[in-house]
Ligand binder design. Structure first.
Ligand SMILES: NC(=O)c1ccc[n+]([C@@H]2O[C@H](COP(=O)([O-])OP(=O)(O)OC[C@H]3O[C@@H](n4cnc5c(N)ncnc54)[C@H](OP(=O)(O)O)[C@@H]3O)[C@@H](O)[C@H]2O)c1
Length: 319
């Protein structure tokens, strides 16, 4: 599988990373419905066996549950995969999450993550959301303390805009940014990608299949039968009229991919990787066969002709 260097760091990431939001379980407002832990562990190990060398997680995913599952999946592996986790988003006591970026909270959350993951050092620690905006500098300074203590190797951020990146870069340069990017969410092409390229910030994009919508396997029936604890039930992209448009896009993408012996999900991932500024795409998995599919997507380099064809599909199916 192809690898790309993350910004100014010495980390070489495979172009797909394993996303573990859904394996955090359903016991909170942003869950993905029921998920079997043993299946999650097998999925992660399958992705690693096939060559993926890094995993994205967060303490917010099921209040530590996703990190604990990752910890179990990587236990005893040598070399162990690179681990990217996050900080600054905690349970609000009512099943939801809230942003907090105060120094003591960040430092104790790092300890929580290290314990959950059962590792000595986090390879990439990212501020999950810039909320509250006024505290991003305080959180960034706290993370620099953890780097000096040897508990964190490199620090990045997620969901930050360029003005917020400017503010933290004055304190210490960000190694990475984690923004959303898919055929249905292309905002980063305007300013984020050029900015990160100019500043040598690695870009690890999330939700390349738009939470499964572009996998080619999502159907209106499946969406209608989402359990109440699958947060996608209330995501506007999964609700008509947008749902119908999005499923048409996925279906055209599936036809395009099938002619090449691939799937729509693999095309969606390969498409975000056409941008050289994108270091890696994080794809969420819930079972071994999904792990196999996303691992293969990492070695599909779309040709100019294929990209033109996909452009046409996107134009015909978005508004
Ligand atoms: N920093 C942030 O704020 C942020 C936000 C979102 C995500 N992330 C990270 O990015 C990762 C990826 O994003 P994501 O999970 O939202 O979206 P995604 O990667 O676009 O979609 C993942 C979902 O698609 C479905 N899927 C995966 N492979 C498939 C396959 N081969 N065939 C059919 N369906 C497949 C699975 O859901 P079903 O099987 O249920 O359909 C899976 O959970 C997350 O896991 C998380 O680590 C970070």
């Amino acid at each position: 599988m192809f690898k790309r260097k993350l910004g100014y760091t010495d980390l070489e990431l495979t172009v797909t990373g394993i996303g573990t939001w859904a394996i955090g379980g359903s016991d909170w407002r942003y869950g993905w419905g029921p998920q079997d832990d043993e299946l999650s562990i097998r999925a992660i190990r399958r992705g690693l066996d096939l060559g993926i060398n890094w995993i994205d997680t967060a303490p917010a995913y099921g209040n530590g549950h996703s990190e604990q599952i990752v910890g179990r999946a990587i236990k005893g592996l040598s070399p162990r995969p690179l681990i990217a986790t996050k900080c600054g988003l905690a349970g609000d006591g009512k099943g939801g999450v809230r942003g907090y970026l105060k120094k003591n909270g960040i430092l104790s959350e790092i300890e929580f993550s290290l314990k959950n993951l059962d590792i000595e050092r986090i390879d990439i620690l990212q501020i999950h959301w810039p909320i509250p905006d006024g505290d991003i500098e305080e959180a960034w300074r706290a993370i620099q303390i953890a780097i000096r203590q040897g508990k964190v190797r490199y620090a990045g951020v997620s969901n930050f805009n360029t003005a917020q990146l400017d503010r933290i870069n004055k304190i210490a340069p960000a190694a990475s940014l984690q923004p959303p990017y898919s055929m249905l969410k292309r905002d980063i092409e305007i300013d984020i990608l050029p900015y990160c390229s100019a500043k040598n910030i690695g870009v690890i994009v999330y939700s390349p299949m738009q939470k499964g919508l572009l996998s080619g396997k999502m159907t209106a029936n499946r969406v209608n039968s989402f359990p109440d604890n699958d947060h996608r039930k209330t995501d506007p992209l999964f609700i008509p009229p947008l749902l119908n448009k999005n499923l048409c896009l996925a279906s055209s993408l599936a036809d395009f991919a099938a002619k090449r012996g691939k799937t729509a999900g693999q095309a969606a991932i390969a498409w975000v990787l056409r941008k050289p500024e994108v270091t890696s795409a994080i794809a969420g998995i819930r079972n071994e066969s999904q792990a196999e599919e996303i691992a293969k997507a990492g070695s599909w380099s779309l040709s100019e002709e294929e990209l033109l064809e996909i452009d046409g599909i996107i134009k015909d199916n978005t508004f």
